[in-house]
Design a protein around this ligand. Structure first.
Ligand SMILES: [Zn+2]
Length: 285
């Protein structure tokens, strides 16, 4: 399994190898959310995010593998890539460690009660029991699966952008101003890209999503009945293309088995590079 501990070790390893490392912001429980940057800030920039949902922590290993590949191989990149391997650092720790690492007894009791026990392996939310991917200000609260009280998944929070992680990644995205966002989830081998775009943006975003579908072999999926996601917010508020990539075959359960990581890496290794270079070339026209 790829834990918060592994990520911390990897960040140090990337730093030692010359990679720019920094902090996106703090989680609900005050932990740093790390980012890495490779390439040049001029030209086209792409932002890649893993583990918005806690139990999908295999996507953090995927993003870490991407970082290591781009760092050590001579990759032809027309710009730069920001990587946030683990947005939901608290949630991932809950999945792996339960609540023992949390100092506040009140916080531990709240989480155990909300979870209905001590096993957090299937937890998706942050440590405030809010699902980060339905907390963004983009048709917030109108999703088909929305829940209105603390829960292991799908709770929208008290108001849009109520969570530390939501605000941190939103501000980071605005500051870094990427040309495109790629957000990794598990599972289903599908790509979501649509969120009420106008016709011009829709044609553009479809092209990029189709390019990724062709490369990965994953299925393109149109408008979904879910709202308030990070991808939705990027499309609606920033007007940039954003894709949610659901890695992994549906025949496997959650948490997604790590013996399948090589297949996931093989299908996704070059996605950030292809996106960067495709957008760069389009901008030259
Ligand atoms: Zn997810």
């Amino acid at each position: 399994m790829y834990t918060f501990f592994h990520l911390t070790k990897d960040v140090q390893r990337f730093k030692n190898a010359g990679c720019e490392c920094g902090v996106v912001g703090k989680s609900h429980l005050g932990q740093d959310i790390p980012y890495l940057f490779l390439g040049q800030k001029t030209g086209t920039n792409v932002l890649v995010v893993g583990s918005t949902h806690a139990r999908e922590h295999i996507t953090s290993l995927l993003v870490a593998r991407q970082v290591w590949f781009y760092l050590t191989q001579k990759v032809n990149l027309h710009g730069g890539i920001y990587f946030v391997p683990m947005l939901n650092v608290d949630g991932v720790r809950l999945c792996h460690e339960g609540v023992d690492w949390i100092k506040s007894k009140e916080q531990r009791d709240f989480l155990i009660e909300t979870n209905g026990g001590y096993d957090f392996a299937l937890w998706k939310a942050n440590a405030n029991a809010v699902d980060i991917n339905v907390n963004f200000d983009a048709h917030w609260g109108q999703g088909a699966s929305n829940v209105t009280k603390p829960a292991p998944a799908n709770y929208i929070g008290t108001h849009p952008m109520s969570e530390a992680e939501t605000v941190a990644i939103a501000q980071f995205t605005q500051q870094t101003n990427p040309d495109c966002v790629i957000t990794y989830h598990a599972k289903g081998q599908e790509i979501y890209w649509q969120f009420f775009q106008d016709e011009v943006a829709k044609a553009r975003d479809y092209r990029y999503a189709k390019m990724i579908a062709n490369y990965t072999g994953y299925k393109l999926v149109g408008q979904m009945p879910s709202t308030g996601g990070y991808k939705d917010w990027c499309v609606q508020k920033l007007g940039i293309p954003a894709v949610t990539i659901e890695v992994g075959d549906d025949r496997y359960p959650h948490p997604y088995p790590y013996h399948q990581i090589d297949d996931i890496v093989a299908k996704n290794l070059l996605v950030p590079q292809k996106m960067t270079n495709t957008i760069f070339k389009e901008k030259q026209k």
